[in-house]
Structures are given as structure tokens and as C-alpha cells.
Design a protein around this ligand. Structure first.
Ligand code: PLP
Length: 436
């Protein structure tokens, strides 16, 4: 069946294609296809709610970062910030595409290793790493630890028994324009050390026989749409000193709505590399850590409408919600949504797209235009590939959704849906006499 990108009158579908995955199109029946697979088929085979990724688009986006950075600054590396999508299938893609991986905590470390990522390509983040996690990282031969604070240095002094590469996270003092919960580079940040304390910590590392201090790290936040702020951070970090490595973090924002216009990967790279050329040593290694900008657009969430209520306002309720789109509640980010199996019908109604969790704040999209919804319709929320699955939780006993990668007409399950058995498993101590 031929797939196209129609823009029917009475809809804004034409504008949505730039937010939907790169390999998304409509088939002749007006059903959305992701990676060449119709959402009707995906819902039937894998159930809903479901996280669906356009695998080819995801891989292309990784290559844009890797090739674009290498062309501008050859002594460089791209680290996938895996907190944005910590799924073994995704770590495997990172490994296959040859990018390094940033892990924040023992769980992400274990998943990366399970996917076969070379430990030497792992960078270990965290402002509160424990002895157990550091021991685990050292035991597997982790490539680089990004030290956050002096307590962590105390721990490493106790635990190190061979040389270990280290970077130090520094607070650059750049207040990024983003939601407060996503800004991490201002002077009051809980992450990293202010420049004066950082200098003392660097002296301490340089004096230690097993601490191989390589350079400094910064990260000013997430969903940042002004590339000048990345450049400002590069300039600030250069004042800490001359080192071999500068990791300038992640944070490039993406377009979630009709109105938002995120910078391209190319313009982002132009900005940071111009700043690096102006402020960093020419032979330094330059690292970046994109997460959201790699996975957000490639992923959509697929829901089925369970209830439609017209009580003055129209409430369209789906079979997921806050439990699988936590980031909306945390950041109040606006998203869009479409009825994905009725793409060609005019959008004649304004609805509140709501979830099934017991909170009025469980509002997925406030005032979305769509055809008059019916029970059983399939709803797609575009650009939900980052920070949705990873923050999914069991609120109201919700089961964490499955993840499917679709490519060239084939869909493969990479993370299965949680089951009630999984849900009960950790409660086994309370059910010693009951079979689960
Ligand atoms: C240290 C660090 N690096 C990279 C990232 C990735 O950020 P983003 O997903 O916005 O690119 C984060 C997330 O906030 C982070 O904390």
C-alpha cells in the first residue's frame, strides 16, 4: 500500500509531519504508519499503551550528531545520554552505531553492559553515587567516571586499586532558558562543583597516583532552544583551566508542538564548535551528551481511546496517562496528539486528552483539535521518544508499556509490557502464603 504525507483541509496534519518520526506517513486508508508499519497492526500485535520508535530515523539522527561533530572537531566523541531512553534495545543501537554511552547509576550501567556496550565506552554520571555503584563500575572496567563532588573523591580514594580516568563536573553558572526542573547549570545547581571548589578538587585528583584526571564536564540543562546558551557555557568552562578533555553535556531541545521551532543538529554543532574554537585548546577532545535530541522525535506513544465524555467540555480518555507520560506533569511541556487511524477526517472538535490516572493533572494535551473521538480510536502522541518510558511508573497499578522498533515494514519488540506478575513480584514478602 502506498504511504504519503497528506495535508487534508480541516486538519493541521501537514504541519505535524515535522514533529512525527522521519519515517512516518499515512496509508491509503488514512492510518498512520511508523517505519512502514500501520499503527492498527502495532496496536493489534503488541497492545496499548505502546512506545513505537522509527528505528531508521533514530539511527540517522545518531549519525547526524556523530558525523556533524567529527566534521567540525575531529578529536571528538558523542555520548548517548541514556537516561532519555534506558532500554537494552536502545543501548544495543548505540553500541552498533559506535557511540559512547553516559549512564547515571547502577541500573543504567547494568543495562548498557547487558546490551554489549564496551565498558571502556561508558561514562558514569551522578551527583550521589554510592560505594556499591562505584565498586560495580570499577569492577567492570568503566571507561570514565564523571566526578561530581568531594565525597565522591573520598570514596574513590578508598576504592581505587588501579588507574581510573576521571572528569570533574563543574557548575558553569549559566541559567538556561528552560523549565526550572530541567535547568542544571545555574550557580545554585545540585550537580557539580562551583569553579573555585572545582579547582581544589582538580588539584587533589592530579596529585593522586591512581586518579587519571582528563578534564572537565558541564551540563546546563535540557530542552534548550537557544544555542547561544551552549556557547556561553563553553566559554565559561574554559576559565577553569587547560585540560585534555572538555565534555560540554547535552540539552539540545526538540519541537513538540506546531509553535516550537527547535534548532537543527547542525546549528547546535556550529554554535558549540565555534565557541570551542574561540575558547578551548585546539588539541583538546570535545565530548557532547545528547539524549532528548536523539530519541524524542523518533518515538511516539500509541494509546487506545477508552472513554469519550461530552459534559460541556469533551474529555477523550485513553488507556494510559500520567504513569507513562510523567514528564508532562513535571515540566508542563505541551504536546500534540492525533487520532492516528482516522488521519484524513476533518478536526472539528476540541478535546481534553486525558489519561486514566486518578489526578486531574493527568492531562496529556489541553485542548487538542481532532475528529469527534470514538471509543476504540487509536491516538498517537508525537515526540514522546525521550523521558517517557524511563519515567513510567506503577501509579494506580499501571503496567509499564512495551517498546517496539519499526523499520522498513517490520516491527520488533525490544521491551515487553510489564505483567501483573511483574507488578506483584516485589511484593512477594507480603504474600509468602499466596501463589503469585
Ligand atoms: C549530565 C547529563 N548529560 C546529558 C543529559 C542529556 O540531556 P538531553 O536529554 O536534554 O540532551 C542530561 C540530562 O539532563 C544530563 O543530566
Amino acid at each position: 500500500m502506498t504511504a504519503t504525507r497528506p495535508a487534508p483541509d480541516g486538519t493541521r496534519l501537514g504541519e505535524l509531519w515535522r514533529i512525527l518520526p522521519e519515517d512516518a506517513a499515512a496509508n491509503a486508508d488514512g492510518v498512520l504508519e511508523i517505519g512502514g508499519v500501520a499503527v492498527t497492526e502495532l496496536a493489534e500485535r503488541f497492545g496499548t499503551p505502546l512506545h513505537v520508535y522509527d528505528e531508521a530515523g533514530l539511527r540517522r539522527q545518531i549519525r547526524r550528531f556523530v558525523d556533524g561533530l567529527r566534521a567540525r572537531w575531529p578529536n571528538s566523541d558523542v555520548l548517548f545520554a541514556s537516561k532519555s531512553l534506558p532500554a537494552v534495545g536502545m543501548y544495543r543501537i548505540a553500541q552498533e552505531e559506535g557511540i559512547a554511552v553516559d549512564v547515571a547509576g547502577g541500573g543504567e550501567l547494568r543495562m548498557a553492559l547487558a546490551a554489549g556496550v564496551d565498558p571502556d565506552r561508558l561514562y558514569f554520571h551522578g551527583n550521589a553515587k554510592t560505594d556499591v555503584e562505584l565498586r560495580m563500575a570499577l569492577d567492570v572496567g568503566i571507561g570514565t567516571i564523571i566526578v561530581d563532588n568531594d565525597d565522591e573523591l573520598d570514596r574513590l580514594e578508598r576504592l581505587l586499586d588501579r588507574p581510573q580516568k576521571l572528569l570533574l563536573r563543574v557548575i558553569p553558572g549559566v541559567e538556561a532558558t528552560t523549565h526550572a526542573s530541567q535547568a542544571t547549570g545555574g550557580l545554585n545547581s545540585k550537580f557539580g562543583l562551583p569553579i573555585d571548589q572545582a579547582m581544589r578538587a582538580i588539584t587533589r585528583m592530579q596529585a593522586h597516583p591512581l586518579m587519571v584526571f582528563e578534564g572537565v564536564h558541564l551540563h546546563i540543562g535540557s530542552q534548550i532552544l537557544d544555542t547561544a546558551q551552549f556557547a556561553e557555557a563553553v566559554a565559561k568552562i574554559s576559565t577553569v583551566g587547560t585540560f585534555g578533555t572538555y565534555d560540554v553535556g547535552g540539552g539540545l531541545g526538540v519541537s513538540y508542538t506546531y509553535a516550537e521551532e527547535a534548532p537543527s543538529v547542525e546549528s547546535y554543532l556550529d554554535a558549540i564548535v565555534a565557541a570551542a574554537q574561540a575558547h578551548l585548546p585546539a588539541d583538546a577532545r570535545l565530548l557532547i551528551e545528547p539524549g532528548r535530541a536523539i530519541v524524542a522525535r523518533a518515538g511516539v506513544t500509541l494509546y487506545r481511546v477508552t472513554t469519550v465524555k461530552r459534559t460541556g467540555r469533551t474529555f477523550v480518555a485513553v488507556d494510559g496517562g500520567l504513569a507513562d507520560q510523567m514528564d508532562i506533569a513535571l515540566t508542563q511541556q505541551r504536546y500534540e496528539a492525533i487520532i492516528a487511524d482516522r488521519l484524513l477526517e476533518p478536526w472539528t472538535e476540541t478535546a481534553q486528552l486525558v489519561g486514566r490516572q486518578c489526578e486531574s493533572g493527568d492531562l496529556l494535551v489541553d485542548g487538542v483539535r481532532m475528529p469527534p473521538a470514538r471509543v476504540g480510536d487509536l491516538v498517537v502522541m508525537p515526540a514522546t521518544g525521550a523521558y517517557a518510558y524511563t519515567m513510567s511508573n506503577n501509579y494506580n497499578g499501571a503496567l509499564k508499556p512495551a517498546i517496539v522498533f519499526a523499520r522498513e515494514g517490520e516491527a520488533r519488540l525490544v521491551t515487553r509490557r510489564e505483567t501483573y506478575h511483574d507488578l506483584l513480584a516485589t511484593h512477594a514478602p507480603a504474600m509468602a502464603d499466596v501463589l503469585i
